[in-house]
Structure formats: structure tokens, C-alpha cells
Design a binder for this molecule. Structure first.
Ligand SMILES: [Zn+2]
Ligand SMILES: [Zn+2]
Length: 339
């Protein structure tokens, strides 16, 4: 039996990927698999596993021969559990990759691609460290940071091969997956797939840049803000997204996105508290059209609010709350034990 070339794809499915980016990643994985399935050599040797991470990490596709891999449907959840993903990767490698022993030729060393657009929200240093000692040994790890909110300092601790993808645009993501398939193909046809093909033989696409230790992109000081708003009429959640505008020196609202029902199915991730005074133009509730939002002083839920509504029941905990007419001052709990 031919030796296998295991390829692990680790994909960030945090809430900042919701919408266009996640669809582009899905399309990218799809075309990568098609390209590998058209290539006789890859068909023979390449095995693919897909691991996603957000609130937690999960194996979407265990290590499978490439022709049998079905393109996964990805869904987003809060958080960026990169540490959990690195731990799961090590468990999978130990379980799935055959070691070379005195009596058997094992698999080739696995190739790892980690793709993320943010900052890890869990403990990742320990798992990043133990990754270096996993058996069978890893051939190479490519960490691909997409956009301006990536913690490249963290990625550099995982691998020296950090690639910066400038912007999560459909074109960039498409090119990225073309490059990924080319890397896997090149590795699979090399004389010795255990010996790593150097990046010089894998020219990066426009929009991709190799990060060197002395040009690590700085984390944006004003990252995008995301928070979840509960519709007070329909009781569904939507995602409010804010982008900082240097010209106006405040955060402007982007189009809000309704969240899938399973968004919170695996729990919530703690976000940093948001200073609402820097926010401008509240998002319109996509469910009921309410023009603004308020926070519950009792349970902390943020919910949509029709302007002019001064007394409402919190849709999350039922506390009866009074807002001042002009929207200034803190909301008051009138009756916290309603019901
Ligand atoms: Zn609403
Ligand atoms: Zn409440």
C-alpha cells in the first residue's frame, strides 16, 4: 500500500467569519478538494482531515482519503478556541497517523494548515508547545492569518511559517485555497514527501505575504466589535457589528446579521465589555425593525428597543426596566421579580 500524506486543515469559524468570509472558505475547501481529486498522484496519497474551532474545537472530517472527503458545511459560533484546536490536532495525529517502525513504513509526516482571522480566546501556549513534540513528527505547519485582527505574535509561537492574507475578500480567500492545493500537490509529488518543499517553490499569491520576525503586523488598536442583541419581540438573536472609522473617531454600525439557532448551542464566549459611548448609529433589528437597543441592568442582556419605548420587560430575564426618555442615564429596574 502506498504511503499516505496526511493533511490537516484547521479552520477558524468564529463569529467574525459569519457571512461572506465563511461562505468563501466553504467554497475554497470545495475547490481544493476538487483540484486534489483531479490529480492522480494526490488521489493516491493525500488524506485530509478538517478541524474547526470557535467556542470549542471539533473534528468535522476525520483523516479520510481525498476522493471520499465530502466538502463540509461550516457554521459560526462565538469565540476562537485555538488552544482546543491544537490539542485536538495532536490527539488526531496520535490516533490517525501511522508511525514508521522497524517492521513497517508509516505515513509521511503530516502537513498542517491553520487559518484564523483573530486572537485566540482560550489557553493556546501549552498546546502550541506540545505540538512541537507530537509523535509522529509533523512535516510542517503553515499558519495563515487573515485580515488585520490576527495575533501574529501568537501564530509565530506555533510556527515559523506564518502567512499574512491581507483582507478576507472572496478573491483573496479563493487564491489562498488554490495555493493550499498547490502546496499539497507539490508535497505529494516530491521525491521524498517527508522532506519539506521550500516556500520558494510555492510562490505566494497576490494578497499573501510571508511574515518575518522583524515585520510582524501590529494588531489593530481598534478591532471590529461584535455583540449579540436579542430581539424583544421575536426572541431571536442577531449579531451587531461595528467597524472603527478613523475619520469620525467612532464606531459605525455595519449591517446586522440574524444568527442561526445553533449559534449558541455550544455556549458563549466571554467578550470584552463594550463601551457603548464610542458607538454610533445603532443597528436596526433585522427581525422587528426596532431602531435602537438597550441593556438589562439585571441580567446584562442586550436587546432591541423601539425608540420611544421607555418601559420594557427584559426579554431575557423578565425584569421590568425603565429607560429615560432622552436615552441618557442608566436604565432602572422597576420590578426585578416579575412573573
Ligand atoms: Zn427586534
Ligand atoms: Zn434581563
Amino acid at each position: 500500500m502506498a504511503r499516505r500524506l496526511p493533511v490537516y486543515l484547521l479552520l477558524d469559524c468564529s463569529e467574525s467569519m459569519i457571512g461572506g468570509p465563511l461562505e468563501s472558505v466553504e467554497a475554497g475547501v470545495h475547490s481544493m478538494l476538487s483540484a486534489l481529486k483531479r490529480d492522480p498522484h494526490s488521489m493516491e496519497t493525500v488524506f485530509v482531515s478538517i478541524i474547526t474551532f470557535d467556542t470549542k474545537a471539533r473534528v468535522v472530517t476525520p483523516l479520510t482519503e481525498v476522493y471520499a472527503v465530502r466538502p463540509p458545511q461550516l457554521s459560526a459560533h462565538p469565540g476562537t478556541a485555538m488552544g482546543a484546536a491544537l490539542t485536538l490536532l495532536q490527539d488526531s495525529i496520535k490516533k490517525e497517523v501511522k508511525q514508521t517502525t522497524a517492521s513497517q513504513k508509516g505515513d509521511y509526516k503530516p502537513l498542517i494548515f491553520i487559518m484564523t482571522d483573530g486572537v485566540p480566546t482560550d489557553e493556546w501556549r501549552g498546546p502550541a508547545k506540545s505540538l512541537q513534540n507530537v509523535q509522529p513528527k509533523i512535516a510542517n505547519i503553515y499558519a495563515i492569518g487573515c485580515g488585520d485582527e490576527v495575533d501574529f505574535t501568537a501564530l509565530r509561537e506555533i510556527t515559523d511559517n506564518c502567512i499574512y492574507l491581507k483582507g478576507l475578500t472572496p478573491a483573496n480567500l479563493k487564491d489562498l485555497f488554490v495555493w493550499l492545493s498547490a502546496s499539497v500537490q507539490t508535497q505529494s509529488v516530491s521525491v521524498n514527501p517527508d522532506q519539506l518543499v521550500s516556500l520558494e517553490k510555492l510562490p505566494l499569491k497576490t494578497g499573501m505575504e510571508l511574515i518575518s520576525p522583524d515585520n510582524i503586523p501590529k494588531l489593530s488598536e481598534k478591532p471590529r466589535l461584535f455583540f449579540h442583541i436579542l430581539c424583544s419581540r421575536e426572541h431571536n438573536h442577531f449579531l451587531a457589528r461595528y467597524t472603527y472609522s478613523p475619520e469620525k473617531d467612532c464606531y459605525l454600525s455595519e449591517e446586522p446579521l440574524p444568527l442561526q439557532e445553533d449559534f449558541f448551542s455550544e455556549g458563549t464566549a466571554k467578550g470584552a465589555p463594550i463601551d457603548t459611548s464610542t458607538l454610533y448609529s445603532p443597528p436596526t433589528c433585522p427581525f422587528c425593525g426596532a431602531e435602537t437597543f438597550g441593556g438589562c441592568p439585571k441580567c446584562g442582556a442586550v436587546f432591541c428597543l423601539h425608540s420611544g419605548d421607555t418601559e420594557v420587560d427584559c426579554p431575557s430575564c423578565d425584569a421590568h426596566i425603565r429607560f429615560s426618555k432622552d436615552g441618557t442615564g442608566s436604565p432602572l429596574i422597576i420590578d426585578g421579580s416579575k412573573g
